[in-house]
Design a protein around this ligand. Structure first.
Ligand code: ZN
Ligand code: ZN
Length: 200
């Protein structure tokens, strides 16, 4: 079971009443650079969000999100569960011209989530906050031995014939950051942040 995390802001926009949404997610799908990305959770991740009108087109969202992110051990690529407790808080602004929700920096330096569909899809925002809260890399155990650089054997399960040739410390340097490691800078909004907009 998984819902797309949506919060319905239509009546808030019409009458300034408050809005509330909650649910459980087993994954988050979002778009990044035209490609569909997925964050997988080890168990149902509860989220809760309340939105209050600040007058006009502006409102404030606050809530909680508690995903247990599935990451890969940086050395042996084994799955590691990373439980996160995230406090949500962001300004929102309704702009009918916005096709997909995006983050914008206000004059005060605060971030504003701008959206055009009153049926606001929080997927990209929740994915962004999850990736920012997650560590850059994790080890499944502090003394993980990693994979053999030559044959890919998981050295946690015992040595292989190449062990005599490549000392463990060097294996670690050679491995570097494996593909598939969740990286906090690859967030849905990162590309937008890097965009240099012409000043007027
Ligand atoms: Zn490992
Ligand atoms: Zn080997």
């Amino acid at each position: 079971m998984s819902d797309t995390p949506r919060i319905h802001l239509g009546s808030l926009l019409r009458t300034s009443s408050d809005a509330h949404a909650e649910g459980n997610l087993d994954h988050l799908s979002y778009e990044q650079g035209g490609a569909e990305q997925t964050l997988r959770f080890a168990r149902l991740a509860p989220f809760e969000a309340d939105v209050n009108s600040l007058g006009g087109e502006e409102m404030y969202l606050q809530g909680h999100f508690e995903p247990t992110l599935v990451m890969e051990c940086a050395r042996c690529l084994r799955e590691v569960e990373v439980p996160l407790e995230i406090k949500l808080g962001t300004l929102l602004r309704y702009d009918p011209a916005a096709e997909a929700p995006y983050l914008e920096e206000a004059d005060t330096g605060e971030e504003i989530l701008v959206f055009g569909d009153p049926d606001l899809d929080l997927s990209a925002y929740l994915a962004e906050t999850t990736l920012l809260a997650a560590p850059l890399s994790v080890l499944h155990a502090p003394d993980c031995l990693g994979l053999c650089q030559v044959c890919g054997h998981d050295l946690n399960e015992g040595p292989c014939e190449h062990m005599a040739q490549v000392p463990v410390e060097e294996i670690d340097d050679l491995l570097g950051t494996p593909e598939g490691t969740v990286h906090a800078r690859q967030t849905p909004f990162a590309a937008l942040r890097d965009l240099k907009l012409p000043e007027d």
